[in-house]
Design a binder for this molecule. Structure first.
Ligand SMILES: Cc1cc2nc3c(=O)[nH]c(=O)nc-3n(C[C@H](O)[C@H](O)[C@H](O)COP(=O)(O)OP(=O)(O)OC[C@H]3O[C@@H](n4cnc5c(N)ncnc54)[C@H](O)[C@@H]3O)c2cc1C
Length: 391
């Protein structure tokens, strides 16, 4: 057993969660992995993978029983996310986006709202979360989407870009500004839009570097009318709800990055143990051992931090957005570093599309950009040490 295997053995799961994780590993091996290169090449949405995920009831994992779910711990969610991602990172981002959009409903929606949306999602519905706009990426507060209350309805006008699952979702959580509250961040609010609502349109799908089997849509809302009952919490609560969720969504994105990192590391180790040059295995060169040692050590540190944060989330600890930022920052940089080194260790073969390390390197890049680009994470973490803030 390696250090990383021993670390995996410490992941805190109950017997049902262990069985679930075994099933996720099986569909990863039998369904996702064999098709990952083909879906990537064609940039085709992996419906077969979603079918396998739904046959296991995996959406139910993040939904309470009274709304049709079969909840598991946050640790178990992350462990499953990592296995899916190792098998096919694009499928991992699709499923984790369902979690990112469903969890705010679980945590913040009213009972009536939960009754409307959660059973469908638990049964395999797709969800999306729309924050980013052409004018507001890192600075999400610059968003221009407007919510105008009109009697019992809300009229939505605006557009969003780079929305994962934006074209295939059954429900989409949309951030916009509540017009009567003005144009500042205190106006940001959260509204749910259902598939097929007139005025909600998919403008285009992006042609991406990596995560090609996941869909990334530009969408628009043109006088899109939804019931006021679709507003989550009160007008102006949007930013508070968003911040309330970062402690879970950033570990989720970090876990996705670590799934990519693990897959790349395992492929690299297997290859250098086989490949012979100068009449010895590549791993027999001390320089290569040093490289693997550094990568394995950083992986072990990062994974340990993730499982520790997961336990703290489960124990109900709040206000851990900076800890989550640190994890997202380090995990995504590490995914990029390990996948790049994995390509290097495969030599010329690593540059070919026949091997998955080539895809993993392209997939890894996104993890440094989305869910708050890493420059923003550094800024958030660094600001915490400014004297006036600490005072
Ligand atoms: C494949 C994909 C899927 C996505 N899925 C979703 C989704 O489902 N929902 C959603 O809402 N969004 C999604 N996004 C959007 C993503 O979250 C944004 O792209 C990201 O937040 C960065 O915003 P931006 O692209 O506008 O870049 P910008 O904010 O314009 O940043 C450009 C560069 O400037 C840097 N920068 C910006 N501000 C600062 C600063 N203060 N200090 C230092 N550097 C700074 C950035 O780090 C970056 O390097 C997705 C993006 C991609 C590519």
């Amino acid at each position: 057993m390696t250090v990383l295997d021993r670390l995996d053995a410490t992941i805190r799961l109950n017997d049902d969660e262990k069985m679930l994780l075994d099933s996720v590993r099986r569909i990863g091996r039998e369904v996702l992995m064999p098709n990952a290169a083909r879906y990537d090449e064609k940039a085709e949405f992996p419906w077969d993978n979603l079918k396998a995920i739904n046959e296991l009831g995996m959406n139910a994992m993040f939904i309470p029983e009274e709304y049709g779910g079969a909840p598991v711990s946050f640790t178990a969610y992350l462990a499953c996310n990592r296995e899916l991602t190792k098998a096919c990172a694009a499928t991992g981002i699709i499923w984790s986006t369902i979690f990112h959009a469903t969890s705010p409903l679980v945590d913040f929606a009213s009972h009536e709202q939960k009754q409307r949306w959660l059973p469908g999602l638990a049964a395999g519905g797709l969800a999306a979360l729309a924050l980013t706009e052409p004018s507001g990426g890192s600075d999400a507060t610059a968003m221009k989407t407007r919510f105008v209350p009109d009697g019992d309805d809300i009229i939505i006008n605006g557009s969003k870009i780079f929305i994962t699952n934006g074209d295939v979702c059954d429900v989409i959580l949309v951030f916009g500004k509540w017009a009567p509250l003005g144009d500042g961040k205190e106006a940001i609010s959260l509204v749910v839009v259902e598939k097929g609502t007139p005025g909600f349109e998919v403008l285009r799908l992006e042609n991406k570097m990596g995560m090609r089997a996941s869909s990334t849509a530009a969408i628009s809302f043109d006088n899109c009318r939804v019931p006021r009952a679709n507003l989550i919490h009160e007008p102006g609560d949007g930013l508070r709800l968003l911040f309330g969720f970062l402690g879970k969504s950033r570990p989720s994105v970090a876990c996705h990055a670590l799934g990519i990192a693990r897959a790349a590391f395992e492929d690299a180790v297997a290859y250098v143990n086989e490949r012979q040059q100068f009449k010895q295995r590549v791993i027999d060169f001390q320089g290569i051992q040093f490289m693997l040692a550094d990568l394995a050590t950083d992986l072990a540190m990062c994974e340990s931090w993730m499982w520790q944060l997961a336990r703290r989330v489960e124990d109900g600890e709040e206000g851990m957005n900076l800890e989550a930022s640190m994890l997202k920052l380090r995990a995504s940089d590490l995914a990029m570093r390990i996948s790049t080194q994995a390509v290097q260790l495969h030599g010329g073969y690593g540059y070919m599309k026949d091997l998955r390390v080539e895809r993993l390197m392209r997939d890894a890049k996104l993890t440094q950009i989305w869910e708050g680009a890493n420059e923003l994470q550094r800024q958030l973490i660094g600001r915490d040490y400014m004297a006036r803030r600490r005072a």
